[in-house]
Design a binder for this molecule. Structure first.
Ligand SMILES: Cc1ncc(COP(=O)(O)O)c(C=O)c1O
Length: 400
């Protein structure tokens, strides 16, 4: 009893010390309470802020058609799913959503998870293990990194979007790990940089070396490609991407993650993906809202909303001061604009100044991005009005 109390005391003292060290390096993090629905404007402590921080790219998170779908699913199916999908948690909305996802993405089948993070964490270790090889882009999201580490496979990271280095890693894998499974993992739009993977070149390499390709389309679905089907569809290489991952929580405005692929792949994941098997099924209302989002995206009205998003992206690119903007001379490739500040404290100060003027934009710091590359991650949505974007860019100009 006494020993446990001492251990707790010592641990708390150490944690307090570590937290103080984080504060000194401007790397501490805090929650902020939003007392409204998501949208281009949110309320914090009774004050309205124009929100340039969300991934709700199409403004669907509070869209009536998604709210109605969720509400009527609650009427019919209640709130909780009650058990994991393999026990008794698979309700009609889950299966309807998976059928719609497969149809929309043009794949044989689909499987949904409770989050994008859980999707990566369950899928990667189900596909590769010890002695297999994963080749991962340096800027891949934490969920992909964690899934790769959890798999126990030999992990090699290639410099961001560096096709030449990837090729030499593939030659190395052929030489050192002959006959083993090799999986290339990358994102179509990189979450903190907003740039795109050179997908056609990656597909060419994966075909030449006879290896597998997993593509996380988290920030591309709803934004890129016909009816928002993502970068693989835009580049007409969907069939070459063996494992198509995405989330329902960004442009689709709901929550959850998915894998699209062959019937065999999906059946394997149902049997082997631990984050799918050992977790309660997502609430049926969330599946119903996600289905409403997929139906919307596949409709002409959804395509119109996506094109409106691209009008807003172009306006942001035109008005945002160029200095510090990553890839400042190229056309915007997504709805994400990283304004590189460098120093962590300076990024926090810039975010605080904008906050005082009524704008919500997060300062992204280590370990989410490399040390010394702190930035404002500005995201634009189809729901922003022109005047909101103009006011925000004017505020940044005055500050810089
Ligand atoms: C590229 C990428 N993949 C996966 C995820 C995880 O998705 P979710 O938020 O649905 O867990 C994120 C979330 O930020 C992401 O940016």
């Amino acid at each position: 009893m006494v020993r446990a109390a001492i251990q707790l005391c010592v641990m708390q003292a150490l944690l307090a010390e570590e937290l103080e060290a984080l504060r000194k390096r401007a790397l501490d993090r805090h929650l902020r309470e939003i007392s409204s629905a998501q949208g281009p404007e949110v309320v914090i402590a009774g004050r309205r802020f124009i929100n340039f921080s969300s991934n709700d790219y199409l403004g669907l998170a509070n869209e009536p058609r998604l709210r109605e779908a969720a509400a009527s699913a609650i009427d019919e199916f209640g709130v909780g799913a009650g058990a994991s999908r393999l026990i008794s948690g698979t309700q009609s909305p889950h299966l309807r959503l998976e059928r719609a996802l497969a149809k929309w993405k043009g794949s044989e089948a689909a499987l949904c998870f409770s989050s994008g993070y859980a999707t990566a964490l369950g899928t990667i270790p189900a596909l590769v293990g010890k002695d297999d090889v994963i080749l991962l882009d340096k800027l891949c999201h934490a969920s992909l990194i964690d899934g790769a580490k959890l798999s126990g496979a030999v992990l090699r990271v290639f410099p961001h979007n560096h096709v030449g280095k990837l090729e030499s890693h593939l030659e190395w894998a052929n030489r050192e790990h002959p006959g083993r499974r090799v999986l290339i993992i990358t994102e179509s739009v990189f979450s903190m940089d907003g740039d795109r993977a050179p997908l056609r070149k990656l597909v060419e390499l994966k075909k030449r070396f006879g290896v597998l390709l997993m593509l996380d389309e988290a920030h591309a679905v709803g934004v890129i490609g016909p009816n928002g089907r993502g970068l693989a569809a835009a580049e007409n290489v969907s069939e070459e991407v063996d494992i198509q991952m995405g989330t329902l929580s960004k442009a689709l405005g709901a929550s959850g993650g998915y894998i699209c692929g062959s019937h065999t792949l999906i059946e394997w994941l149902i049997n082997r993906a631990r984050s799918f098997i050992y977790s309660t099924a997502p609430p049926p209302a969330i599946a119903a809202a996600s289905l409403a989002a997929v139906d919307f995206l596949a409709s002409p009205e959804g395509e119109k909303r996506r094109l409106l998003l691209w009008e807003r992206i172009r306006l942001m690119q035109q008005l945002l001061p160029r200095a510090g903007l990553k890839g400042e001379n190229v056309n915007a490739r997504s709805a994400i604009f990283p304004l590189i500040v460098g120093d962590e404290k300076a990024a926090l100060d810039l975010a605080a100044t904008l906050h005082s003027k009524g704008f919500l934009v997060p300062a992204i710091r280590y370990p989410t991005v490399a040390k010394g590359t702190a930035r404002l991650r500005i995201t634009v949505t189809a729901a922003h009005e022109v005047a909101q974007i103009e006011a925000f860019c004017a505020a940044i100009k005055r500050r810089r």
